[in-house]
Design a protein around this ligand. Structure first.
Ligand code: SAM
Length: 479
C-alpha cells in the first residue's frame, strides 16, 4: 500500500500508486480547469517578505506532463523560468566528476563497467594518481568534485574512498583547492554513510536508474545492485547516517519517462515526509553510448523536447531542489535546460579513470561518451555571455548550511545576500587564477554589473572589499 512515510521501498515508491497516477493524468490531461489550477498552485507567492513556492505533488505534476497542449507547455516553461530566477537568480554552480575506479561486480546492462565487459581496461587510481588528477582539476579552476566509482568491495572498499577524500581535500596546488567533494558511490550501510559524513562529503548522490521494480531487476541482473529495495532505501540509510544533503536521479532511457517522473517525485515527497527535508539535488542523466553499450538497444529514449519538459516540470514541482546536468548533454541542450531550471553543471569533464592528467582525452575507460567537450574556460565564458554567473561557491556546507538549514536559506529570500556575493567572489578567483584574457574581460564586466544586485548595502560593501583582497592574492572568502 502507498505510504510516503514508510521506510519500505515498495510502499513509498508504490507501483499501484504510480499506475493510478498515470491513469489519472491520462484522464485529466485535457481538463483545462484542473490544469489551470495546478499551474496557479505552483506560482511563486509572497510570504513573510520573501517569495515562497509550494511545489506540486506527483499526481499534479503528472497531469501537466501528460498534457500535450502547446499553450500549456509555454506556460510551464514560463513558470519554470520565473521560479528558477526567483530562487537561483542567474547563478550556475560548476563541478567536475572524478572517476576513481571502474572495477565493478554488478551486471548493469546499460553500464560499460558491468562485470562481463572484458574489453574495458580496469583501472583504480593510486593516491599518487589522485594527486595528479586533482592538480589538473585545480589548474582548470575547479573547486567542487563529484567522486565516481564502480561497486567492488575488494578493489574499491569504503576505506579506499575515505582515504581518497582525505587526499583530495589535502592538496593545495598554487591557489587551488577542492572545497567540496560530493560522492556518487553504490548504495551502502548506515555505518559507511556515517564514515562518509565524517570525512566531510557534501552531497551523497545515488541515481535510482529506474523506479520500475520489475525493469530494475532485469536491468541489474546480477551483483549487489540487483537488490531493488536496498538500492531504493539507500537515501533513508544515508539520512540515518547523518548525511542530510542527498541527490536523486533517474537514468532516462531505461523505462517510460512518465513512470520515472512520478517515481522521482514520490521519492522526493518521501524524504520530505520522513526527514522534513527534500532532496538537495536531482540529476537528469540520459543513457549514452559507451564501451559495449549501444543506447539503441534500449527503446525508451526521450527526445530533447520531452527532456526539456521534464526539466521544467521538476523545477516547478520541487522548487527548492537544485538540478544537475552533466556533459552527457550537448551545448545546445544544456543551453535550453539551464534556462528552464538547471542550477548546476559540470564542465570540461573526463569520464575515464585518470583522464584529467592525460594530455589528450582518453576514451578507452570512459563511462559514457562526453557530448560537451569544451574547456572550463570556454564553458565559463559561454555562461557569462548568456548572462549567467558561473559560481564556484562551496560555502553552504562549510558553514553548516545543509539539509533543512539550506532549505531555510532558500525559503527566507536571503539567497541574494548570500549566494550571489559568494558567486561573484568565487568567479573573481577563477578570473584571477585560471581564465584567459578574453574570459577575464567578460567576467570583470559582469562582476561590476552584478554587484548592484546585492540587495543589502553592507553586504555589497563587504563583497567589494573582498573582491579587492582577492586581487591582492587572498582567497576563500564566503558569506
Ligand atoms: N556505481 C555507482 C552506482 O551503482 O550507483 C555509481 C557510479 S556510476 C559511475 C554513475 C552513474 O552513471 C550511474 O548511476 C548511471 O546512472 C550512469 N551511467 C551508467 N551507464 C551509463 C551510460 N551508458 N550512459 C549514461 N550514463 C550512464
Amino acid at each position: 500500500m502507498y505510504n510516503p512515510k514508510s521506510h519500505c521501498a515498495d510502499e513509498f515508491i508504490n507501483h499501484e500508486e504510480i499506475l493510478a497516477t498515470l491513469a489519472y493524468a491520462d484522464e485529466h490531461k485535457n481538463d483545462m480547469e484542473l490544469i489551470d489550477s495546478i499551474l496557479k498552485k505552483a506560482e511563486p507567492q509572497v510570504r513573510d517578505n520573501g517569495l515562497f513556492c509550494q511545489g506540486l505533488s506527483h499526481r499534479e505534476a503528472s497531469v501537466l506532463l501528460a498534457c500535450e497542449d502547446p499553450a500549456v507547455l509555454e506556460r510551464i516553461y514560463d513558470l519554470a523560468e520565473r521560479i528558477k530566477k526567483a530562487f537561483y537568480g542567474n547563478r550556475i554552480v560548476m563541478f567536475a566528476p572524478l572517476y576513481l575506479s571502474n572495477y565493478c561486480i554488478n551486471g548493469c546492462v546499460y553500464c560499460p563497467y558491468h562485470l562481463k565487459n572484458k574489453t574495458i581496461p580496469r583501472k583504480k587510481l593510486s593516491q599518487e594518481e589522485i594527486r595528479k588528477e586533482v592538480i589538473a582539476l585545480q589548474d582548470m579552476g575547479h573547486k567542487r568534485l563529484a567522486l565516481e566509482t564502480g561497486e567492488d568491495p575488494i578493489n574499491c572498499p569504503i576505506e579506499y574512498v575515505l582515504e581518497s577524500i582525505k587526499t583530495i581535500y589535502s592538496i593545495q596546488h598554487k591557489n587551488g583547492a577542492i572545497r567540496r567533494v560530493n560522492v556518487n558511490i553504490a548504495a551502502t550501510t548506515v555505518e559507511n554513510y556515517r564514515k562518509l559524513k565524517e570525512a566531510g562529503i557534501g552531497t551523497y548522490i545515488l541515481f535510482q536508474e529506474t523506479y520500475h521494480k520489475e525493469s530494475y531487476l532485469q536491468l541489474h541482473p546480477t551483483g549487489p545492485k540487483h537488490d531493488y529495495n536496498y538500492h531504493t532505501e539507500a537515501m533513508d540509510r544515508a539520512m540515518e547516517g547523518g548525511i542530510d544533503d542527498v541527490g536523486l536521479g533517474v537514468l532516462f532511457g531505461l523505462e517510460l519517462y512518465r513512470y520515472e517522473f512520478a517515481g522521482l517525485l514520490m521519492h522526493a515527497e518521501h524524504l520530505e515526509a520522513t526527514f522534513g527535508v527534500g532532496p538537495h539535488t536531482i540529476s537528469v542523466p540520459r543513457l549514452k553510448k559507451a564501451d559495449d553499450i549501444n543506447p539503441d538497444d534500449f527503446d525508451n529514449g526521450i527526445s530533447d523536447e520531452t527532456f526539456a519538459k521534464l526539466c521544467a516540470l521538476i523545477r516547478i514541482s520541487v522548487p527548492y531542489t537544485g538540478m544537475i546536468i552533466s556533459t552527457r548533454e550537448s551545448q545546445a541542450v544544456r543551453e535550453k535546460v539551464i534556462r528552464l531550471g538547471v542550477s548546476q553543471i559540470s564542465g570540461a569533464s573526463r569520464t575515464s579513470v585518470g583522464g584529467y592528467a592525460e594530455e589528450d582525452r582518453p576514451t578507452d575507460t570512459e563511462q559514457f561518451d562526453v557530448s560537451d567537450q569544451r574547456t572550463l574556460d570556454e564553458v565559463v565564458r559561454w555562461l557569462m555571455e548568456m548572462d549567467y554567473i558561473p559560481s564556484f561557491c562551496t560555502a553552504c556546507y562549510r558553514e553548516g548550511r545543509t539539509g533543512d538549514r539550506f532549505m531555510q536559506l532558500c525559503k527566507s529570500g536571503q539567497i541574494q545576500n548570500c549566494c550571489h556575493p559568494n558567486a561573484l567572489m568565487t568567479l573573481k578567483e577563477f578570473l584571477m587564477d585560471y581564465a584567459t584574457e578574453e574570459t577575464k574581460a567578460v567576467g570583470e564586466k559582469m562582476i561590476k554589473e552584478q554587484l548592484a544586485h546585492i540587495p543589502r548595502e553592507r553586504t555589497r560593501e563587504i563583497c567589494e572589499e573582498r573582491l579587492q583582497l582577492i586581487e591582492q592574492g587572498i582567497r576563500d572568502f564566503r558569506f
